[in-house]
Design a protein around this ligand. Structure first.
Ligand SMILES: [Fe+2]
Length: 375
């Protein structure tokens, strides 16, 4: 904890900071919107799989600079950016998905997000039990614990709002760390040591059922945060052989959630249709309230989610390696490779990496340095 930790100071915001200076909000113009709608109309082919598209198939035109500035704010500023005014009206669900895909491909290398090796997830309620051993939040309607997603950057494009609920919450992990150190330095020490996070039964053959990561680390002056109560509890409940959580760990977990949800630290926002939220998972944690859907299928809550490895990413701490499998800056890392990470998926990732001038992914990296724990 003694290492310099001031590079990520902008991400240690309070709610009043975000309200006082809203330059993390970006607005697309009518001309931007028209360009993006025309781009999708031209590129959309219902028979073409997403992985068959290239980054070069999309030119964001006048919207490019605004979206790049928003990504930069997420990566190197406050960790949060909202882009308002995507062309939602007139786009079908699949066309809106392609628009999110286009923004993703021009921003970085999409990362797979689960057992099915999906590179884009439809965030909607299909009745998943979030608390089950294999549960995931995105496909449920539950209130979610504060958590980081499994990649450097997550983008959420809103197609439909819920009938009620589904409010988005973000809280700065970098700020929570500062608060924890001030309030309970003993628990801050605990938070800088490993916790076990369940992979929710989505692991590949060379991964263990869980991975180890501290809740905080510092690398090259940057604070890194990680948290997900559901996965920690799931690991200790469902995976044999793990040592039980200590009283100090439980106390740390409770104080973490307490700090993250205090009104001065937890920022609440509504994602409206056409909004794109961009979050840096290393400095912010996010959550959402439970929600009630409309009855009509075409009106049900739907967000398009991408996980991205951008070329401008920074070096990660060594302790992030078990999950991310690469800690070098500007590399293809993170994600949940799942059970269909086949030759086509690898070729896709290498192709998009090359477009961004990033090295081809090194799939053996994690296995070499972080052998799965014997179970
Ligand atoms: Fe999430």
């Amino acid at each position: 904890m003694s290492e310099r930790d001031d590079v990520t100071a902008a991400a240690e915001w309070t709610v009043s900071d975000l309200v006082a200076d809203q330059s993390w909000r970006f607005q697309l113009s009518d001309a931007d919107r028209s360009h993006l709608a025309a781009m999708i109309a031209k590129a959309f082919d219902p028979d073409r799989p997403l992985l068959a598209y290239d980054a070069g198939d999309f030119d964001l035109g006048p919207a490019q600079a605004t979206i790049a500035a928003a990504v930069d704010e997420a990566l190197h500023g406050r960790g949060l950016a909202m882009v308002n005014g995507l062309p939602r009206a007139g786009l079908t669900e699949k066309q809106f998905e392609l628009l999110n895909w286009a923004i993703g491909l021009t921003t970085g290398v999409p990362r797979p997000q689960g057992r099915a090796t999906q590179y884009i997830s439809a965030v909607r309620d299909v009745g998943t039990d979030y608390r089950a051993a294999s549960g995931r939040g995105f496909s449920s309607n539950a209130r979610l614990d504060f958590h980081a997603d499994g990649a450097d950057i997550v983008t959420l494009g809103c197609y439909n709002k819920a009938k009620a609920g589904g409010e988005s919450m973000v809280s700065s992990s970098a700020r929570a760390r500062r608060q924890l150190i001030a309030e309970r330095p003993d628990l801050a020490e605990v938070a800088h040591r490993d916790f076990y996070f369940s992979r929710q039964q989505e692991e590949t053959a060379d991964e263990g059922a869980c991975y180890a990561q501290p809740l905080f680390d510092v690398c090259a002056g940057r604070v890194f945060g990680k948290w997900n109560r559901n996965r920690v509890q799931s690991a200790h409940k469902n995976i044999p052989g793990l040592p039980p959580l200590t009283d100090a760990q439980r106390e740390t977990m409770d104080l973490m959630d307490d700090i993250l949800s205090r009104p001065e630290f937890m920022f609440r926002m509504w994602l409206e249709p056409g909004h794109l939220q961009i979050v840096n998972n290393h400095v912010l944690l996010h959550s959402r309230s439970d929600f009630e859907d409309h009855d009509a299928p075409e009106k049900k809550r739907l967000l398009c989610r991408l996980w991205l490895a951008p070329p401008g990413s920074v070096r990660l701490p060594e302790s992030w390696g078990d999950f991310y499998r690469s800690i070098a800056p500007g590399t293809v890392r993170g994600g949940i490779r799942g059970h269909n990470h086949d030759a086509a998926a690898r070729a896709f990732e290498a192709r998009i990496a090359a477009h961004h001038g990033m090295p081809a992914p090194d799939y053996d990296w994690g296995a070499r340095r972080f052998a799965p724990a014997a179970e």
